[in-house]
Design a protein around this ligand. Structure first.
Ligand code: FAD
Length: 323
């Protein structure tokens, strides 16, 4: 049955995050030939609407208000609910990002419906769509079917392939007025940490360093390799605790959960809490001096050796491939 699907487009520093396009692809599948309407919430963001259409949205609904310049739970839930009340969707898709994780349960509770979060795959089953999601920190996967109410899911970044960009697509862009009031939190200023390059949670390649990197300077060869591969630098908590890098780079149970195409772990022992954040990466390469290190148990390829020798060699070889 054709469905009407609402997909939230998420912006960072004024540009759409890639997970927004992945959410459209998920929405298209669930819509079964119905309409996918993208929702953009913010202040002066209409210019981003075309990109959502180029990636497959049939229509874009924009909610603009100066109080929506920065994400607040109250502001964004009021804005999204204004769209829901007007559109009465059959399904909703958000990205499983910090924003999506915060906003989706609020919306689900306001709509009195369920939510399947952190979806990594969508298949058609006998009783409707089957949504796959990791459980037990990625050690197992469960499959869920929604039998009643709105089909509401969040999709994990880097798991659902976006549709091919088609700049010849066109669609209606409409504005909806929402009454944004009684905000309990007001963001006065956003102080961004100096982070270079690719966003860690959406990176296709991650070069991560652990305590074996030994110092902040020890991260330099990893940064070079990440740059050559067009990837991002990540870290274990061991490296963050030792002050070799910022906690924003931490991957694991209490850090970021990532699923890049390629994860290169350098000087990381492979503690269970670290594996919780990266073991679902498509290809894992481990570089460690200790042949017994646990990281080799999840690695597809292993290099037993000194990372300060192996990493520059890899960088050199990948550089040659690029030229
Ligand atoms: P280590 O375990 O010290 O490993 C360093 C590795 O580097 C060793 O295997 C060593 O052989 C190798 N090495 C040393 N020198 C070289 C060299 N020159 N070349 C190659 N290899 C070398 N950890 C996380 O990462 N993320 C989390 O989110 C997280 N959450 C946690 C939550 C809780 C509640 C707890 C209790 C712990 C958590 N931890 C987390 C910490 C986790 O248990 C480990 O302590 C941490 O992951 C270890 O980091 P590491 O692998 O960098 O360091």
């Amino acid at each position: 049955m054709a469905k009407k699907v609402l997909v939230l487009g998420e912006l960072r520093d004024g540009s759409l995050r890639n997970v927004s396009f992945e959410a459209i692809a998920a929405g298209k599948k669930i819509a079964e030939g119905g309409e996918v309407a993208a929702v953009l919430i913010g202040d002066s963001i209409k210019s981003q609407a075309d990109a959502m259409i180029h990636y497959g949205a049939d229509r874009v609904i924009v909610v603009e208000d100066e109080q929506l310049k920065h994400y607040t739970p109250d502001g964004f839930s009021q804005a999204f609910m204004a769209v829901c009340n007007e559109e009465i969707p059959d399904a909703i898709v958000f990205g499983h990002t910090s924003l999506g994780k915060d906003l989706s349960p609020k919306i689900a509770s306001k709509l009195n419906t369920g939510l399947v979060s952190d979806v990594t795959d969508i298949e058609e089953g006998d009783d409707g769509f089957v949504f796959t999601r990791p459980i037990y920190s990625g050690k197992a996967f469960e499959k869920k079917v929604i039998i009643d109410g709105i089909t509401f899911i969040t999709v994990r970044p880097n798991n659902i392939e976006p549709l091919e960009k088609d700049e010849s697509r066109s669609g209606e862009v409409q504005s909806i007025a929402a009454e944004i009031k009684d905000l309990r939190t007001i963001v006065k200023e956003v102080i961004t940490k100096a982070s270079e390059g690719v966003d860690l949670s959406e990176a296709k390649v991650i070069v991560a360093g652990g305590r074996g990197v030994k110092s902040a300077e020890g991260f330099e060869p990893l940064k070079e390799l990440a740059e050559v591969l067009g990837g991002a630098v990540g870290a274990s908590r061991g490296a963050c605790d030792a002050d070799y890098c910022d906690y924003s780079l931490q991957i694991g149970q209490t850090g970021k959960v990532v699923t890049p195409d390629l994860y290169i772990a350098c000087g990381i022992s492979g503690a269970i809490q670290h594996l919780a954040g990266m073991s679902n990466s498509k290809v894992i390469v481990a570089i460690n001096k200790d042949p017994e290190a646990n990281i080799f148990n999840v690695a597809d390829y292993g290099i037993v050796g000194d990372l300060f020798e192996a990493v520059p060699l890899l960088t050199e070889e990948f550089r040659k491939l690029k030229t």
